[in-house]
Design a protein around this ligand. Structure first.
Ligand code: C2E
Ligand code: MG
Ligand code: MG
Length: 734
């Protein structure tokens, strides 16, 4: 405790007799000052003793200094005094502990000057207790740290800002594989694996600038020449006041085991478990790297997207084991056919991607693609369905190629370009490759435009429905219509359904689209039913929405809200819906049928739906695709196919609708097959809602009898606008 409240009005203590200059002296410093006799006895003290240390003059005057200092400091203090008295005061200062008023000792820093003539020593003391304690704490922690360093199993190193070891703890022997004295004075980079030097230099630079702890790792060469993975937590040590960097201190351990396990995991996460080739993640990484390299060195990056043709058939007919064998063998062949610098990756079920850099000409690209197509053409040997059974299998592949020279090319775009090229290769007969070109570029651009337009049209509701009448083949009576969506393109034209539908399906906009159609169709159907209470209306449903239970619910509640019976709606599913892996849930279809809605299959005969599908799904009707109808001239093969389809459908109690009847000749063929209903330009083009309603009104009350024989005489079917119909008849009989 410092003393307080010295009476400032009291006169200064009396100077010792003979003392000179004590008045200037006591004003010299605000620090405690005093005057000793050469005998070591205090002759005079300044008032600051009271202020600083709580010691009144009375506690000091006449006392020998040895009574005042800490017993441990008496010897050094007297030694210093002796030197001073002899005039050998080269060091005229000293630090010792003096007792303060509270009985505690405080550290004082003394400076003095001796005057032999009057045998007095003028001394100034400064309280340095705080600094002294801090110094001691530091010394303690340094000792502790050294102790830790010497005994830690981690190697502790201190190095210069250039990376030269100044200190290596004893554990360095086992961690680094060198004796500490072999390392001190050498630069860390001399020990590092060449592949890691650059990375380490960067990390080290980082440490020099960042005061926080960093973790760095690298492979370190031991004295025996082997490399180990080491990891260091390191930080800079710098002068707290000047900020000057003094050293880098590191705490290093061997992490080889962990690292190896990590690497194995990484490899696992980046390879396809079946074929051992890269997976999508790694491919994306490599593509990113390849594109980055284009930034530095001009060149090309080629992406070849391969899809095994009809691979599904292998799985279906020979089983998944055989399918897997084919994939493994295919991957091996692709790897063998590529250069070591190319990457082969499995991209999906039966899709592979080859990433090739540095192909110098278009010919090189074509040549590589041709080579890949050729190696997969060789027969595959796979196990058959019976154990021990070997099968020879012939497969082909289609390849889509995208090439770029621009580093800013987006990976997604590149893949999409390869995908478009692949589609064209499939379109043009498979077992070949196609290069993404300006043509496909235009198509890609169109897809983008379509997407934009689709979004706009949905927001602005810039779309409408047309209704194409569906007639009874027997008498030409209009039984209902199919709703067909039209979307304006904002520039006076319209989008093509096939295009906007794929884009809508790919982007998920299809949900909104189909929901809008449903709402509109139900609204229109109310007015159609007012004109003819028996007509149905057909809605096309994207395969995306078919399996969606919520959509089935939207349909049933929509019907109730519109006050329409379930039988007034027909749902057309495309064959694609059935190919979808999830498939339209039987339950979803059943739910609709329970509500009275009839469900049928659209475009039958174009795709892959098999007889089993027809048995599996509870359906009400089939729509024979117009590609079959249009070739079904009487007596043709197509007509025979159609007859077979219709026979089968009738056996399953399904109604058959013939689609795309354009000519009288086609109508005759359809009639001969026993088809129930039909639609097509011969009867009517798709009509605006109001026109279709007019048509329904005009057919009201017409006796059916008049129409029954129409197909024999090819008269206009009842209910169809005569002009449209006769126009067609006239043309087709020309
Ligand atoms: P779809 O369901 O098979 O529809 C029949 C298509 O054939 C319609 O084409 C129709 O205009 C056309 N067509 C009708 N009669 C004839 C004919 O005599 N000759 C020829 N050459 N064509 C005829 P559209 O309107 O272009 O529709 C194409 C496809 O788009 C439809 O095929 C359907 O799958 C789909 N689609 C149409 N509207 C919608 C919709 O609202 N939602 C969904 N999800 N798909 C729709
Ligand atoms: Mg349809
Ligand atoms: Mg169709």
């Amino acid at each position: 405790m410092r003393g307080n409240g010295r009476d400032r009005s009291a006169p200064p203590p009396t100077p010792p007799p003979g003392a000179i200059g004590h008045d200037w002296f006591h004003r010299l410093s605000r620090d405690p000052t005093c005057i000793f006799g050469f005998d070591g006895v205090v002759r005079w003290v300044s008032g600051s003793w009271q202020d600083e240390l709580g010691l009144p003059a009375s506690a000091l005057l006449g006392r020998h200094f040895a009574d005042l200092v800490h017993p441990e400091d008496v010897d050094v203090s007297s030694a210093a005094l002796q030197l001073a008295l002899r005039g050998e005061d080269g060091t005229n200062h000293l630090e010792n502990r003096c007792r303060a008023a509270d009985g505690e000792y405080r550290w004082l820093h003394w400076s003095w000057a001796a005057d032999p003539e009057v045998q007095l020593l003028y001394a100034v003391a400064r309280d340095v207790t705080d600094r002294k304690l801090a110094d001691m704490r530091l010394a303690n922690s340094e000792a502790r740290y050294r102790l830790m360093a010497e005994h830690s199993s981690d190697a502790i190193t201190v190095s210069s800002r250039e990376g030269i070891f100044d200190y290596v703890s004893p554990a360095g022997k086992s961690v680094f594989g060198w004796r500490p004295e072999e390392m001190v004075g050498r630069e860390v980079y001399q020990f590092i694996h060449p592949d890691d030097v650059e990375g380490l230099r960067t990390s080290f630079k980082h440490i020099l600038f960042d005061p926080n702890v960093s973790t760095i790792s690298a492979r370190f060469r031991r004295a025996d020449g082997s490399y180990r993975w080491l990891e260091s937590t390191a930080r800079q040590i710098s002068n707290r006041h000047t900020g000057e960097l003094l050293a880098v201190i590191g705490n290093t351990r061997d992490v080889t085991e962990r690292r190896t396990a990590q690497d194995a995991l990484e490899v696992q996460a980046q390879t396809d478990p079946l074929t051992g080739t890269a997976n999508r993640t790694l491919l994306t990484d490599r593509m990113r790297g390849a594109l980055l390299r284009l930034e530095r060195t001009p060149g090309t990056v080629a992406v070849l997207l391969l899809d095994l043709d009809r691979f599904k058939d292998v799985n279906d007919s020979l089983g998944h084991r055989a399918g897997d064998e084919v994939l493994v063998a295919a991957a091996e062949r692709l790897v063998a056919a590529c250069r070591p610098t190319d990457s082969v990756a499995r991209y999906g079920g039966d899709e592979f991607v080859v990433l090739a850099e540095g192909l110098s000409s278009a010919e090189d690209v074509h040549e590589l693609a041709d080579r890949l197509v050729a190696v997969l053409r060789e027969p595959f040997q796979v196990s058959g369905s019976m154990p021990g059974d070997e099968q020879r299998l012939l497969l082909t592949v289609s390849v889509g190629v995208a090439v770029t020279t621009r580093s800013e090319h987006l990976i997604d775009d590149l893949m999409q370009e390869a995908d478009l090229a692949l589609y064209r290769a499939k379109d043009r007969g498979r077992d070949r490759h196609e290069l993404f070109d300006s043509d496909l570029q235009a198509r890609a651009q169109r897809r983008l435009d379509t997407r934009r337009n689709l979004r706009r049209a949905l927001v602005e509701q810039d779309m409408y429905l047309l209704y194409q009448p569906i007639v009874r083949i027997g008498d030409g009576r209009v039984l209902g219509a199919e709703g067909l969506l039209r979307i304006r393109d904002g520039g006076g034209g319209e989008l093509v359904p096939a295009e906007f539908l794929t884009v809508a399906e790919d982007t998920g906009l299809i949900h909104q689209l189909d929901a809008w159609v449903l709402q509109q169709i139900l609204l229109d159907q109310k007015s159609f039913r007012a004109a003819d209470p028996s007509v149905f209306v057909g809605i096309n449903l994207s395969y995306r929405n078919v399996a969606d239970g919520r959509f089935a619910e939207a349909i049933t509640t929509g019907l109730i809200n519109a006050g329409l019976p379930g039988t007034s709606l027909r749902v057309e599913l495309t064959e694609r819906a059935l190919l979808d892996t999830a498939g339209p849930s039987v339950a979803g279809v059943q739910r609709l049928r329970n509500a009275g809605v009839r469900v049928g299959l659209d475009d039958f005969g174009t795709g892959h739906s098999s007889l089993s599908t027809l048995q599996r799904l509870p359906l009400d009707f089939l729509k024979v695709d117009r590609s079959i109808v249009q070739n079904a001239v009487p007596g043709s093969r197509q007509a025979a196919i159609m007859r077979a389809i219709i026979g089968l459908a009738h056996a399953l109690d399904l109604e058959v609708v013939a689609e795309g009847i354009e000519s009288a000749e086609q109508l005759t063929a359809v009639q001969q097959t026993g088809c129930d209903t039909g639609q097509g330009w011969l009867f009517s083009h798709p009509l605006k809602a109001a026109d279709y309603r007019g048509l329904l009104l005009s057919q009201r009350g017409r006796p059916l009898a008049r129409a029954t024989g129409y197909h024999k005489r090819l008269e206009p079917p009842v209910g169809i606008e005569p002009t449209t119909y006769s126009l067609r008849v006239n043309r087709s009989t020309d």
